[in-house]
Design a binder for this molecule. Sequence first.
Ligand code: SF4
Ligand code: FES
Length: 482
Amino acid sequence: MATIKINDVEMSVTPGTLVLDACRTVGIDIPHYCYHPALSPVATCRMCLVEIKGQPKLATSCTTTVPPAPKDNPDAVVMEVFTNTPAVVDARAGVMEFLLINHPLDCPICDQAGECKLQDYSYHYGSGDSRMAEVKRRYRYEDLGAKIVIDKNRCIHCTRCVRFTREITGGGELIVAQRGSHLEVTTYTGKSLDQNPFAGNVVDLCPVGALTSRDFRFQKRVWHLKSVPSISRHSALGSPIWIDHEGNQIHRFRPRPLEGKETTHFISDEERQAYTRYNRTDPAPSPMLKGAPAALDAIREAFQAAGPVAVIGQGTFGCDAAQRLGELATSASLRYGSGDRTIAVVLPKYQTSADGILNRRGFTERGFRFGALEELLGQVQKGQVKAVVLLHDAAFTSAKEAELLGQILQAAAFSLALEVEASGLGRAAQAWLPITSFAEESDFIVNHDGELRRYQKALQPPRGVRTLPGWVKDLVAVPAAV
Ligand code: SF4
Ligand code: FES
């Protein structure tokens, strides 16, 4: 470890730590634009300048690292950093003035308003004045494909988006063209971001409102949205995300980077777009028995009278749901796992598994056996298992698996499906119960890397829709004596 002083406060850090990160650990947030922990440092925006004792000029804290302690004096203070001297304050105000030279004052119609670093830093570190008397540079907004729109007037040339397409996704679709005041971020002629399955991340990376997503543009003011920590069900690792919602409707999914976890900075466009699946449009579904709406008592009666019960749990649901579902099985050996979706691995560094069933591990730990549905079909056909309870989401089941599940339900004397929305398979079961979606409940998963990831309830479920543990409690309840 090496000892440094930040604004006269002594601390120990690992040699090689960025000064910007060292400052952050003691609660000093250094303003920055071009720096991003997952991208190579370029030190172009000059916003993160700090003063270092003994150095004649201000230094960029995003590229300056803490040196090791001298061998003969390990306790020596190796660096003294000052983040609030008059020279630093003046430099920041100067940088802000330059960045705002061509930036339009269109915050009232800009989608980034409310989460714009230019707005925030201008307020905290800007001079509040401009000496720019010339006419501002003007561009028309452009489509960078069907998903992303660029407004070059707002761009501050931090090159985060350009480095993302070069260093993370590798397509290099975005470039910096021209020089001086004509500098612009654009695509090579004929290229767009449409072929890039992670393109949506450039919108999150852009610290200003230059890159916006076609999907979210002009839809919501961000200060009206509530953000709930959750995970993406559409990745192998359960990528941490924010669910941004208002009025019981989800408006966007955003990555929720975890400290020190580089794989959590980006999500695929498929994960990002999946939010539309969790906004209910149809009226609240009701419990069904033999194709007609039914009271829970009737379903419970049929279930309890059936005989030996096997359960099939799809490994995309939470561990609490798996635990409760498993308790319905007559014996531990009658817990079966389902779900066979795979994910195309585009970025091996960020997608460490191609398995699209994110909680396979959590289900396995609770005694669910995957790849054994044929065995269950045999047992049902022989009459050793009479009742089958299925926890299912059609989005994660292939046609082949759906056919096998259909045969199992058909062969069983009694079958019950629990789904968010009734699928063809759910309608084929004798009984059907509506359950909450992952956005309407709190639970956790154990991902393919063995990490426990929690998700919290963001939306209110419709009346009559319950969590799986809620239904299970009633299904096993002993009816009150009349
Ligand atoms: S478009 Fe945004 S992310 Fe890209 S260089 Fe400009 S300001 Fe930076
Ligand atoms: S963040 Fe350090 S120079 Fe841009």
